[in-house]
Design a protein around this ligand. Structure first.
Ligand code: ZN
Length: 125
C-alpha cells in the first residue's frame, strides 16, 4: 500500500478548507507551516504571505458586513500584546467604501507568530 506523504495530506487538508472557505483556519495552517520550515532553515516568507492573504479575505468579509449594516467608517484596532507595527497602525480610520482596496488590515509587517490579530471596529460619529 502506498503511503500518502505529509505533503499530500497537507494539500488535501488545504483543499478542503478552501472549499469550505475556512480562511482563519487556513491562514493559521500557513503560519504553522512557515514556522515548521523555518526550523529547518528554509525561508518561510512565502507561506507567511499566503497566511496574510487568508487573513485579508477574512478582513474583507468583515468590511462587507459593516457595509451591509450601514456603517460608514471603521477603525483598525490592535489587541493587547500586539507588535509595534500593529500598535502604530491602530487607531487609523478608513471609509467603509474604501476599505476593500485600502487594506488597513491585516498588518503585513506583523511580527505575531500567527500573523496580525487586529480587528476593525465601527467609528461612531
Ligand atoms: Zn502585529
Amino acid at each position: 500500500m502506498a503511503d500518502i506523504s505529509l505533503h499530500e495530506k497537507l494539500i488535501d487538508i488545504q483543499q478542503k478548507l478552501m472549499e469550505a472557505e475556512q480562511w482563519f483556519e487556513l491562514g493559521n495552517q500557513y503560519y504553522n507551516m512557515a514556522q515548521t520550515v523555518e526550523k529547518e532553515n528554509i525561508d518561510g516568507d512565502y507561506l507567511r504571505e499566503l497566511g496574510c492573504r487568508m487573513k485579508l479575505k477574512l478582513k474583507q468579509e468583515d468590511v462587507a458586513r459593516y457595509h451591509s449594516n450601514g456603517i460608514k467608517r471603521i477603525e483598525a484596532f490592535a489587541n493587547k500584546g500586539a507588535c509595534k507595527s500593529c500598535v502604530s497602525n491602530s487607531g487609523k480610520t478608513v471609509a467603509v467604501s474604501e476599505a476593500m482596496t485600502a487594506n488597513l488590515l491585516p498588518v503585513r509587517e506583523c511580527k505575531n507568530e500567527y500573523g496580525c490579530r487586529c480587528c476593525y471596529v465601527p467609528v461612531i460619529e
